[in-house]
Design a protein around this ligand. Structure first.
Ligand code: ZN
Length: 275
């Protein structure tokens, strides 16, 4: 009876296989449409499956608070981008240091630092990743949520530096995985679904030969986003979620010993926030 049962089960499995394949195909196509990123470029969600090591092994996070000094960035609803980005940078630095990372800021206070100087600062740091923090502005108050940007293409100088037998692809994959990990952590930690992962040719992204992302931490022009960003408690939660995303990415490219001590997504979210 058992042998016959197993044969029947096998026959059903064979009949179901094409349907399961079709469902998988539709799901994958849907992911591509929504996220614009092949699934294999997405973050590896299981800590038991370490991703490609290149360019892994970082122990330093360079945080780049957008704007500063005479450059206020966007301003809306009583908030200035340069102030929010600096405050978030300090909160993120504290979270990351708690997790054991070395942290450096491209500006510590309200001073103007040119984009080339930010690049020069970062390029001098070995084994690092680069996270630029900004806030968004839109003509329509309805635009809201996070946007995480990675480089669409690297500059010719960077491409010459990062060429390996696999081309510059490992760096692009690393940036996509880091962006995915931070996006997932933002969604989980803040209980928000609205985040986009995009590519752009921002100066700081194009000109760095390390994994570099720019996070637009919400729209100052959106009432809910602005209200949330004005709240120090929310900014701490936001910084914590970004830090856990970075830690998760770090665990996926590091040794099993590191994976054991870093966990992600076990913090209560902020149900009221639009971000
Ligand atoms: Zn900005």
């Amino acid at each position: 009876m058992r042998a016959k049962g197993r044969t029947g089960w096998r026959r059903w499995t064979l009949r179901l296989a094409p349907w399961l394949g079709a469902v998988l195909l539709v799901w994958t196509a849907g992911r591509l449409l929504v996220h614009g990123l092949p699934a294999w470029l997405g973050p590896k969600l299981s800590p038991s499956s370490p991703v490609q090591r290149l360019p892994a092994g970082f122990d330093t996070v360079i945080i780049d608070p957008g704007h500063g000094g005479n450059d206020s960035g966007a301003s809306a609803r009583g908030l200035q981008e340069k102030r929010i980005s600096l405050d978030l940078a300090h909160r993120l630095a504290a979270e990351l240091r708690d997790l054991g990372f070395t942290v450096m800021l491209t500006r510590e206070d309200d001073t103007y630092v040119s984009l080339p100087d930010r690049i020069k600062f970062a390029q001098a740091v070995p084994a690092a990743i680069f996270i630029s923090l900004h806030c968004d502005y839109a003509n329509h108050a309805s635009a809201h949520g996070f946007e995480i940007y990675r480089a669409e293409t690297k500059s010719a100088a960077v491409l010459a530096m990062v060429q390996t037998s696999a081309g510059s692809e490992p760096l692009a994959i690393a940036e996509a995985q880091l962006a995915g990990a931070i996006g997932n952590s933002l969604s989980a930690g803040l209980r928000c679904d609205h985040h986009e992962i995009r590519t752009a040719n921002f100066f700081v992204l194009r000109n760095l030969d390390m994994p570099a992302l720019l996070i637009e931490c919400g729209f100052l022009t959106n009432p809910e986003d602005a209200k949330a960003l004005a709240d120090p408690a929310f900014r701490t939660k936001l910084a914590g979620a970004i830090a856990r995303g970075i830690a998760f990415y770090h665990s996926s490219v590091s040794s099993p010993a590191v994976q054991e001590v870093i966990t992600v997504g076990d913090h209560p979210g902020n149900a009221g926030a639009a971000l």
